[in-house]
Design a protein around this ligand. Sequence first.
Ligand SMILES: Cc1ncc(COP(=O)(O)O)c(C=O)c1O
Length: 432
Amino acid sequence: MSIGTASPPAFSDEEVQRLRADFPILQTQVNGHPLVYLDSGATSQRPLAVIDAERAFTTTLNSAAHRGAHTLAAEATLAFEDARTALAEFIGADEDEVVWTSNATEAINLVAYAFSNASIGRGGAESARLRLGPGDEIVTTEMEHHANLIPWQELAARTGATLRVIPLDDDGALRMDAAAELIGPRTRLVAFTHVSNVLGVVNPVEQLIAAAHAVGALVLLDACQSAPHVALDVHALDVDFAVLSGHKMLGPTGIGALYGRRELLEIMPPFLTGGSMITTVTTTEAEYLPPPQRFEAGTQRVSQAVALAEAVRYLQGVGMPRIAAHEAELGARLVDGLSALDGVRVLGAGIDLPRVGLASFDVAGIHSHDVGQFLDDAGIAVRVGHHCAQPLHRRLGVTASTRASTYLYNTADEVDAVIDGVARCIDFFRRA
Ligand SMILES: Cc1ncc(COP(=O)(O)O)c(C=O)c1O
């Protein structure tokens, strides 16, 4: 996958303006200034088509999917399943390989609990492949979002397996030499992020996937920061699991998804249990539906799934390669502009890998909360803190950073506005 060298052209100014017109919130004024929204890495904005799709479902079809035989419930079920098909197509999966979850965090926990439930014998002989115990190893990396770290710490604690962590070099890049040593015959699962939510770099995932599969380990790809920004094909990448969050890809909050290879989903014991995931129940035991329903206990998020499907149609309409090209330009502009400021260190700036349009930076002597506050006064929304990646920040010698993250609706002028805002912030605090 090529991002930094993407061949399709980035958007012209007119094209970005046309896209922006689809996003009502971008007309908002914040603190007396037009909103400059540079926090899409945390949550993205929604185009009218997505807002309307959720409203249309709610006003004409609202009812519980997979429950009830009345007309509305049947149509809601169809809409829910059509949404699954749309997302599956978007990520290069088959529709029965997509499980709806409330977000990526839940999707990762679903996989972790499948392993730990298998380890205590749930799922019977079929799920033996997922059993972990002392001597087995789970491998993750030092750059992970906590959502792709803590579930593995907990899984290791529950099963007696060992968690091993691929370290970073001084720039923040994954130490691929260490990865080659850590991934070995004891490794059962390798879980890593496709795109770092702090550094904005696209990891050499093909290499990690090949290394994991060479020793018979399974791979979980955290696609939270890649699925929204670059074309993703889980079958072509040959990952075993992938997770994403709808709210980071123009969809609503409350919906995410797990991709799981069909033969793996089939042997996985469920995570959450209850209604809608069973065939037969007695007072002492239950039989479960096949996947994906086995993993979708309780009343589902139907309007959110419908809206997320509209979001992926919108992204497909614009074209993922062009979105990637646009963001690669914005990302390079951000990194160059911020790096040129006295006292600013862009985390991971020295890493020679393709990037998305996201940069986190430290300003010498000024806490990120102060930087964020200063920018907010000018209507510029960025994220401050550790971005749920404390080990990465610790490795790079900082406790926090300021993150500007772009999406298809951001302009070069907005990138310049944040660079200018940081320059003024430095000036202000130095004079204070
Ligand atoms: C790389 C990465 N992984 C996982 C997550 C967790 O996503 P959610 O909080 O939507 O579950 C995030 C969210 O910021 C992320 O950036």
